[in-house]
Design a protein around this ligand. Sequence first.
Ligand code: SF4
Ligand code: SF4
Length: 437
Amino acid sequence: MENEKDISSPLSCPALLEANAEKCVRCGQCMSVCPVFAQTGLESDSARGKMALVRHYRQAPGPEQAQRLEHALSRCLLCGACENACAAKAPTLASIVAHRAKGLEMLGPKTLLNLQVEALTSSGQGAKALRRTARFAQQLLEKSPEKSQGLFLRFPASWFTRRRVVPRLNERPFLESGAVKKMQAAGPGAVGYFAGCGANHLFGRSAEAFLAIAEKCHLKIFAPEEQVCCGMAAFACGDVEAARKSAAANIMLFADKGLCALVTTCATCGSFIKSWPGLFPEGHPLAKKAQRLADIHLDAADFLLNSPILSEITSGLKGFDPPIRIWHHTPCHQRFSKAATDGPRRLLAFIPGLIIVNSPEEVSCCGHGGSFNIKHYDISQRICADYAGRILKSSASILTAGCTGCMTGLLEGLAGEDGRPAMEVRHPLEVVMQALQ
Ligand code: SF4
Ligand code: SF4
């Protein structure tokens, strides 16, 4: 972080040392691409406004100012559109996260949100018990309209929206379901599979689809049950130490196993695995291992497209008759991050009888943004509603998205007033798997 060289600090990670709000030349280019600014019109919601507030804070720091800055910086999805559009290459995301981390350090103790993130993403026994309780509570407190992929609150409280739709929790966490037990083939040429919290707890079928395709093609898969959250959720909240701990636990599991690739089915996890090296200062024992894993990381679609088994997959595709029409959503983490790719769209294009009705340019941010959806639900919903409105006007009957965060957001955005889905929300690999059957 600017002028801070204390490498014992959690803020010492190289990714945050890049933060420099002075690099913003105030051109305003980022304002035309920011989904939050598009809804609110507030300068402080744009990257330019946030960089100005950071500079101001650095000139006149203090607890009150830190509180104000923390609130302004929380109004960001970390979608990366601003950084992508910035000709001056201002490190807006690093500046935002660095000051969220600084705020956490100054304003501690951890907020309820930080503790929620820890509880949801940790692998400790306490967190597991909490998640079991959540599953039980979901059965008790939520209902599912017929044919709905989502769940509604049975008794919506006045402070909570009636339209709140959440995905159903997996009956058992995917990683404890036994599906990965037979997938433990570490060794030269094996493929590492990182499931991520979204697949582990909510969209297990995205992970199942990848493992089913892998099994069909006789791939050696290494998917250790002990894997934990990639660390993105904690990092986005500014809890750099927790993010580092999660990343370190995963790196120890996957490094030095002779893997030819480390595959993800969630764009957010993929983008954070690419960022793992930025968490460890030079000379740290895990720095090189993190870099190696980032180098071999691939989204599952890219892995399949680049692998010798592609012809085996494409020749086995029976496709759809009658044809199906899908809207393919490319997550922000596959548009603007180090893990940017159009692999899922290219893979879907191989399927006979599958028509992608939208162009890449018609894709927008879904507005979910993880903790942003919890902290700023109203803005999150407005962003999603605009986009969902356009999707619903198209001729698509299925939406595909390769990110469990986007799948969660769009499941809600695409639900009607009665909670019934106007279209199905699926992972691209689920559709590929269906076309293979
Ligand atoms: S595009 Fe970059 S330089 Fe221009 S205002 Fe935004 S952050 Fe600043
Ligand atoms: S990361 Fe996205 S939401 Fe945040 S300021 Fe940049 S464009 Fe806006």
